[in-house]
Design a protein around this ligand. Sequence first.
Ligand SMILES: Cc1ncc(COP(=O)(O)O)c(C=O)c1O
Length: 470
Amino acid sequence: MWRWLRDELRHAILSGRLKRGTRMPSTRGLAQQYECARGTIVTAFGHLLDEGYLDTRKGAGTFVALALPEDLMPGPRARVAPAKRPSVAGLSKRGEATVTQVSILPASRSVGKAFRGWEPAIDLFPIDLWARLTARIARRAPRSFYGQGDARGHAPLRKAIAEYVGSARGVSCTPDHIVITAGAQQAFDLCARLLLDPGDAVCMEDPGYPGAASAFKSAGARIVDIPVDGEGLRVDRLFTHSGRIKALYTTPSNQFPLGVTMALNRRLQLLRWALERGVWIVEDEFDAEYRYFGRPVPALKSLDESGSVIYIGTFTKMLFTSLRLGFVVLPDSLVDAFAAARCVTDRHSPTLQQAVLAEFILEGHFGHHIRHMRQVYAERCEVLVEAVKGNLSGKLDVSMASSGMRTIGWLKTKEKDSVTAARARAAGLEVIGLSQFTRRNSLPGGLLLGFGGCPPGELRRGVDVLASIL
Ligand SMILES: Cc1ncc(COP(=O)(O)O)c(C=O)c1O
């Protein structure tokens, strides 16, 4: 109830129905209106206060904040556009679940801003090479490439991916196990469509990735939160959970957002649990390629002998965001179902774009780019760590990420991370508080700091601005 109320109020604020500076009704009045306990309203208000949507003025009550967290940030939170209306006449239950769960993402207007965490180094993507390949494919491709494509994806691309995941991620599969998707997000949606009925329970890491949660919730699924510690998902909690679970989503190579790697014994226990209980595991490897030290960890899928794991990879992080190409590696039994679902939703990804990507991989540019980016990201992370040490010591702790394109800056200050993040956004930084990704699990305050997509100068500038705020 409090979650519903919090979301409704947030929508009302974001869509302008509740204007900035408006005095909120009393918690007592709202409790009467909604016929619920006053504590429910107080909890919802508390969350909105923490998130920066509400403000209290001593003795005067609670108001809609004058500056909303979204104001200056084209990041994930700002992705809540006015179109996100909770009650649109005529929508189905699924439609309602979709509009209430999903934030509409605005287009990027710039690249490389500190500390954008969801984009790779677009500043260094080899655009000329990509343009040459695109022109070549467009001219030389057979006319059939301009006709109906394969719902499973362009065959040469599936072949190139099968070889790549085999050698780089230990996933042994053939091109026939692969279905190309429009990024990881479509893969989550296809999983939700095909595997989940309304009311089904899906386990997710807490803290975890809201993009996947929104796909599952739009299908009417219930999320069961499983905490994460230094060795990844607390698999022991799964064994003590008595209810029926239909699927489990996890990011074992680089936990989102904490960046921890799931220990081998947990991986084995997880697979055993999934097999015993008949649970689908959705493994999301969104940026596993970028590992800077420690032993490279093969994908969970590489240990899956029973066909419980659906492995999801995406080129939006490995190459560039707008490419919108990703893939799923599926157990035999699911391949046709995924192809059929793809037919229903959008037939297939654009063949010419897939052919360009296949060529990019087959000519060795992909491998080269990944190796180059691994080095660049490690350097950028070092720049961030050094700048924080020099400028923010005692206030923010950042250590070298072992993998990925972002890290957590652990706050040493007393302020809530949501409040610090809102102040940072007001100063033009793209920063998200760690608490935005937690549901039940309570963690120390932290800021999600992307470094991979940000050139060193911008990282240093960002740290200077953060220093002035902290
Ligand atoms: C955990 C996680 N998975 C997947 C993705 C990528 O999804 P997509 O390929 O749809 O852009 C992201 C992007 O930020 C992510 O953080």
